[in-house]
Design a protein around this ligand. Structure first.
Ligand code: C5P
Length: 398
């Protein structure tokens, strides 16, 4: 969706301006016509020459140094999208207040195109109520905010405030312009292992890290889907993913039930507990009271429930974490749970499944066909799963 689109790339004066060079290059690589607008302060960190060399036209820095009589209105009117990366506290404030004090803010005020701001600053500044109020106001007005992430900041500090990754910023641009092969699809993903309480401090859990489910949600969002992620993993998700945090199988079931009717694609990557304590003690069980007898009961099978009420046009994907007879067990689950696809893995193999950054899976379809995805990082596995989903959906409409 970026191909042939006119994108104004605004760069303001923070150390993260160096990452805007990568954003510029990626936008150009995706086929966009990129017009860089650099604030005077950004020139302390990056040069006009760098952007002029990489972008589609020379970088502009001022209202007064351009051959056009009115550069801000020319840029604003021509733009299909304006993205500001990094957006400093000053630019956010000036834009929120309508104070046109440089070419970038003037362009933001002169455009009717969608706007994305990518704030980056020290944690103390980012958390300042004044900054948060400006960001909230911009959001309310329809501006897309690609939130900063946690990590190393200038001067060696660590905290929230780091500019989002260039790839995520470009994915947000693509999404705002309606791009990606999953655009228009609502995708519901579950991730993580559920925790079933025994008492207020103890629970029955499993080794799932949620990495595969989160990679699926991030990949679906990067490809333009509207994504909801129901997760127990407590991990960050890519900008644009709606995150619903849960802990138990019952909470996950309720969160999924509330959203499943609207979903075009549901991917149950979560490792849902099969059993939970029948009764949860109100107080912490005391060692002195002897060894407790924990009686278990089955949890609801969320996926089987979804399969039983699957609506036409809905694609249902399950996961099967196995330690033996991987394919046979997975094939039985596809049928029993009325799935379109199951992602099966042998979690006892090295580098595969729980906690690892990599995975190796077999994709089994309801028609019995099979595709092997060899060991790869979980984002690549997510790509293969979503490719298979798209293929299934295009077959269904043929
Ligand atoms: O039958 P099994 O638990 O191995 O099936 C795994 C698949 O079923 C996964 O997709 C998992 O998310 C889902 N599941 C579920 N509810 C349960 C147990 C598993 O939705 N209670």
């Amino acid at each position: 969706m970026l191909r042939g689109r006119r994108v104004v790339l605004g760069v303001s004066g923070g150390i993260a301006a160096y990452k805007a060079i990568e954003v510029c290059r990626r936008l150009v690589d995706a086929g966009a016509f990129v017009s860089p607008v650099l604030t005077p302060d950004s020139l302390h960190f990056v040069t006009t020459q760098t952007f002029s060399a990489l972008a589609s036209e020379p970088a502009r820095t001022s209202l007064w140094d351009s051959p056009e009589p009115s550069p801000h209105t020319a840029l604003g009117q021509r733009a299909d999208l304006v993205v500001v990366a990094p957006a400093t506290a000053r630019v956010l404030a000036a834009y929120a207040m309508g104070m046109s004090d440089d070419l970038l803010v003037a362009t933001l005020l002169a455009t009717r195109a969608p706007v994305i701001v990518c704030p980056a600053m020290h944690t103390e500044m980012w958390e300042q109520p004044a900054v948060q109020a400006n960001v909230a106001l911009l959001r309310e007005r329809g501006v897309t905010v690609v939130d900063p992430v946690a990590g190393m900041l200038a001067g060696g500090d660590v905290g929230v405030g780091r500019l989002a990754e260039p790839a995520d910023i470009v994915a947000a641009c693509d999404r705002v312009l309606g791009g990606g092969d999953l655009a228009g699809l609502r995708v519901l993903v579950t991730a993580g292992g559920t925790r079933e309480p025994i008492d207020p401090v103890r629970y029955i859990g499993n080794r799932s890290s949620g990495k595969q489910g989160h990679a699926l949600a991030d990949e679906a969002a990067a490809r333009g889907a509207e994504v909801t992620l129901v997760t127990s993993a407590g991990r960050p998700a890519a900008p644009g993913v709606e995150v619903v945090s849960v802990e138990t199988a019952a909470q996950m079931e309720a969160a999924v039930a509330a959203r499943s009717d609207d979903a075009d694609v549901i991917v149950m990557a979560a490792a849902v507990a099969d059993f939970r304590p029948k009764a949860v003690a109100d107080d912490k069980l005391k060692k002195g009271d002897g060894v407790p007898e924990v009686v278990l009961e089955p949890t609801p099978d969320i996926l089987a429930g979804l399969g039983a009420r699957k609506r036409p046009g809905q694609t249902l994907v399950g996961f099967a974490a196995e330690t033996s007879d991987v394919v046979a067990n997975a094939a039985e689950k596809v049928r029993r749970k009325n799935l379109d696809l199951i992602v099966a893995n042998d979690v006892s193999a090295p580098g595969v499944g729980f906690e690892h950054d990599t995975n190796a899976v077999v994709l089994l379809r309801e028609d019995g066909s099979r595709e092997d995805v060899p060991l790869a990082d979980k984002r690549a596995v997510a790509r293969a799963v979503l490719d298979a989903v798209l293929d299934l959906r295009s077959q269904a409409t043929r």
